[in-house]
Ligand binder design. Structure first.
Ligand SMILES: Cc1cc2nc3c(=O)[nH]c(=O)nc-3n(C[C@H](O)[C@H](O)[C@H](O)COP(=O)(O)O)c2cc1C
Length: 404
């Protein structure tokens, strides 16, 4: 693939060199277009050497180009435009169609897919005007990657850090090809639910939502139309999907069931509360010195089981977060909830499962042997799961006579 890499004048510009290296290592051709200000942050010679091509810079306005319209030629050459880092300034100019330098002029002349990785201080990122530009780009089909939460150049922590180079490269690779899940409607639930006890307290669990978010991101990367139903979590929305935020099990049930009608795949990765307080106190329950009042609970609805009736055609994937006998619990869940796959993880084991960045799971299948996925980042677990799911969906799409 031929990637035109626009580089904005932010501190993260130095990371563009690594993006060029990774894209080249992946067999792609890269032409870099650093803005005038970006050239103060990353040496043009570095980019030129790593990409092995002349840069696309303001020199295009100088006499001596032999009458070539470099912006038109560069736009015709590229298969994909990636802008990383995208400064607040570039986001605004790209979103409004301003063409006042070679990068934005080329962008206007370019007809292929865009991948944009914003990077700026958290307070800039939070500004309404910046978000409006982002929304406008997203609505136009631009694939946004990040920013992520982390240390900023100022030394503060916050949202605004550019996504990792590998994630940007993965988005570039995913954006260009029509993905294996193109045209598929996918619903993923993620995170915990909070069941209110009184106006300030709730029953909850330790789910961080990371596993479900990784699955949703991976499905979007593979071309699916993804609805991510998220419980209360502090995670950024992955690019290229629709997110619905909910709080309670009942709200999650409503949102998942609505989105699941007509879906091809539903992955229930959320740790939905099994019980909720039977009544929610109207006022905060006070500490009086007397024994605290009991909190009677009642079961919540079982969303995965209900999905068998709501989305009978969909491939349905459940999660079994267990601390006991993983195998028998997962197999029972597969049967009882009429799921096609159950991903079982031992949430009692240290370093994996709830709240951590890694997971180790066994994927039980109605139509095949269990698959053990050894400990690895949740993003990679998501890839293995989606490989299996993609295979199953492809098998289902076979002519009716070939269906199982
Ligand atoms: C040290 C320094 C760091 C900067 N970092 C960022 C940044 O990370 N993100 C951003 O949007 N702007 C940043 N700016 C501001 C941009 O350089 C400025 O808005 C500029 O007009 C961007 O131009 P460009 O988008 O054409 O490259 C920084 C400025 C300085 C001096």
């Amino acid at each position: 693939m031929r990637v035109l890499l626009g580089i904005g004048g932010g501190i993260a510009a130095y990371k563009a060199a690594e993006i060029v290296r990774q894209l080249r290592a992946g067999g792609h051709e890269v032409r870099c277009a650093p803005t005038r200000r970006a050239q103060a942050f990353v040496a043009p010679l570095t980019l030129e050497v790593l990409s092995g091509r002349a840069l696309l810079t303001e020199a295009y306005l100088e006499p001596g180009t032999g009458g070539h319209e470099e912006h038109i030629e560069a736009a015709a050459w590229a298969d994909l435009l990636c802008v990383a880092p995208a400064t607040a300034d570039l986001l605004a100019r790209l979103s409004l169609g301003i063409a006042d330098d070679v990068l934005t002029t080329t962008a206007l002349a370019f007809e292929g897919p865009w991948v944009v990785a914003p990077a700026m201080h958290a307070r800039m990122w939070a500004q309404r005007q910046v978000q409006e530009h982002v929304e406008r780009l997203r609505a136009r089909g631009v694939r946004l990657v990040g920013p992520v939460h982390g240390p900023l150049a100022s030394g503060e922590l916050g949202w605004g850090r550019m996504a990792e180079s590998a994630e940007i490269v993965a988005a570039v690779e995913g954006a260009h090809l029509p993905g294996p899940l193109a045209g598929r409607a996918v619903v993923v639930s993620a995170g915990p639910t909070h069941e209110p006890i009184d106006p300030v307290r709730y029953l909850g669990n330790r789910s961080s939502g990371r596993m479900g978010f990784a699955i949703a991101a991976e499905a979007a990367r593979r071309g699916a139309r993804v609805t991510l139903v998220a419980g209360p979590v502090s995670l950024a929305t992955p690019s290229g999907l629709r997110r619905v935020d909910v709080e309670t099990a009942e709200q999650m049930r409503g949102a998942v069931i609505e989105a699941a009608r007509g879906a091809d795949l539903v992955v229930m990765a959320a740790a939905v509360a099994d019980f909720r307080p039977r009544e929610v106190a109207a006022a905060k329950i006070k500490k009086t010195g007397a024994p605290p009042p009991p909190i009677p609970v009642e079961p919540t609805a079982d969303i995965l089981t209900e999905l068998a009736a709501v989305a009978p055609e969909a491939l349905r994937v459940g999660f079994a977060a267990e601390t006991g006998d993983l195998v028998s619990e997962a197999l029972a869940k597969l049967e009882r909830k009429r799921a096609d796959l159950v991903v079982a993880n031992d949430v009692g084991a240290p370093g994996i499962g709830f709240g951590s960045a890694e997971n180790e799971v066994t994927i039980f299948r109605r139509a095949g042997e269990p698959v053990f996925v050894s400990r690895r980042p949740k993003e990679e677990v998501a890839q293995v799961l989606l490989d299996l799911v993609t295979q199953e969906l492809a098998a289902r799409a076979a002519p009716p006579t070939a269906r199982r």
